[in-house]
Design a protein around this ligand. Structure first.
Ligand SMILES: [Zn+2]
Length: 400
């Protein structure tokens, strides 16, 4: 499904030509410039509206299928009782922004973040860096509290299903905050006051776009990746791709006994850039790992959770290091998810983000292996995976 098809589905229109007719555009049947602008609100989930004579919040909410509360949330500096003609309001549309039924790409992520930022102005969205191919590395901050936690997803390209998991959690949490509701039983406002959550929902956007098909033959980086992959014919292309487009496995690029990881992976034949398991020329050699390490140092979180697939497992140690409280919290994560708290296999035990976090901060850091099967996991597993993961993510806000 293309992005414009998602927009048409949400708009309840059968095809582009019909959409164009309704919008008063030439019915070309193609998503050209003017049509794209009209489709955009159906992807970001909001539009701007200029108040007309006789308007009030109730009337505007009814017209766009939203609620007065959502309007108030999206326009925090406007007085609902002093609406004047010509005033421009941000109007959330009546659907959830984050889709869970189509592959995530960097463009879709960017649209979702634009939309969530407009609907929930208490979210801060910024770029902490960009990839070698110019895709921004997005970070979202939410919360006022002194406790800090950092969640990330998609260190590995073909584990992109972790992106909608983290994004749906963000949307559910933001809505619960705005409605003074609960998330996984916890009062969201209390979590918001207690804790500042930092999210990096797509650590490897270049690789994700390769695996999900957003990057096509002819696009910058595609030919280079395919050339690297030809040296590893046992790895399906692009479905088996885990690395960034420079062929570095980002979760083997952190300075946590990186030399040990290098020795192990080189001895297994992963001794050069390729689809997976290459540690890179040096620790933090990649813009993605450098950005995430920098964010981690600036924010100094007391807890980190990294989302991967697959195996229904929770990894929590680095070598023999067991940060205080990490086993107990890991056992609670296991209880709410049904996943197993496990020791990392020796050959995978070095140079990962969790390893580096535990080594440098001696605080609880976890790698979650979500779902089961062969990567990339199908979206048909999404609901089950999200049901298992959201309790862990909420508990992390309450206990981290
Ligand atoms: Zn992984």
């Amino acid at each position: 499904m293309e992005l414009y098809e998602l927009a048409l589905k949400r708009a309840g229109v059968p095809d582009l030509a019909e959409f164009q007719r309704r919008e008063g555009l030439p019915p070309t049947g193609r998503p050209d410039g003017g049509t794209w602008a009209a489709l955009l609100p159906w992807l970001t989930g909001y539009r701007h509206y200029r108040a007309a004579p006789g308007d009030n919040y109730t009337r505007i909410a009814a017209r766009y299928g939203t609620t007065v509360r959502a309007l108030i949330t999206a326009n925090p500096n406007q007085d609902p009782l002093r609406l004047y003609v010509g005033q421009v309001l941000t109007v959330p549309l009546g659907f959830e922004v984050v889709p869970t039924d189509l592959p995530f790409t960097w463009e879709l992520l960017s649209l979702c973040l634009e939309g969530l930022g407009a609907r929930y102005p208490f979210l801060t969205v910024r770029a902490i860096g960009e990839t070698a191919y110019g895709r921004k590395l997005w970070q979202i901050a939410v919360g006022l509290g002194p406790r800090r936690v950092l969640y990330n997803a998609a260190h590995h390209a073909n584990e992109w299903i972790t992106v909608p998991v983290l994004m749906k959690f963000l949307e559910d949490y933001a809505r619960a905050i705005s409605e003074n509701g609960r998330i996984y039983g916890f009062p969201a406002q209390a979590l918001y006051q207690r804790c500042t959550l930092h999210l990096v929902p797509m650590v490897d956007p270049d690789g994700v776009d390769l695996v999900t098909g957003a990057l096509r033959a002819g696009d910058p980086g595609f030919a280079e990746a395919r050339a690297l992959a030809e040296g590893f014919p046992q790895v399906p292309f692009p479905a088996g791709w885990k690395a960034n487009l420079r062929g570095v496995d980002l979760n083997l690029n952190y300075p946590a006994r990186w030399e040990q990881a290098r020795e192990i992976k080189f001895s297994q034949g992963w001794d050069r850039p390729g689809p997976r398991d290459y540690v890179g020329p040096a620790p933090l050699s990649e813009p993605e790992t450098e950005a995430l390490a920098g964010l981690t140092e600036r924010t100094a979180p007391g807890l980190t959770i990294s989302l991967h697939t697959q195996g229904k497992a929770i990894y929590w140690k680095f070598g023999s290091m067991e940060p205080a409280g990490a086993r107990e919290l890991g056992e609670r994560f296991a209880a709410v998810s049904g996943y197993a708290l496990e020791d990392v296999p020796y050959a995978s035990g070095f140079a990962g983000y969790k390893d580096w976090f535990i080594l440098t901060r001696d605080r609880p850091g976890y790698t979650l292996e979500l779902g089961s099967g062969e990567n990339p996991l199908p979206l048909s597993q999404f609901d089950e995976i999200y049901a298992a993961t959201r309790g862990i993510l909420a508990l992390g806000l309450a206990e981290g």
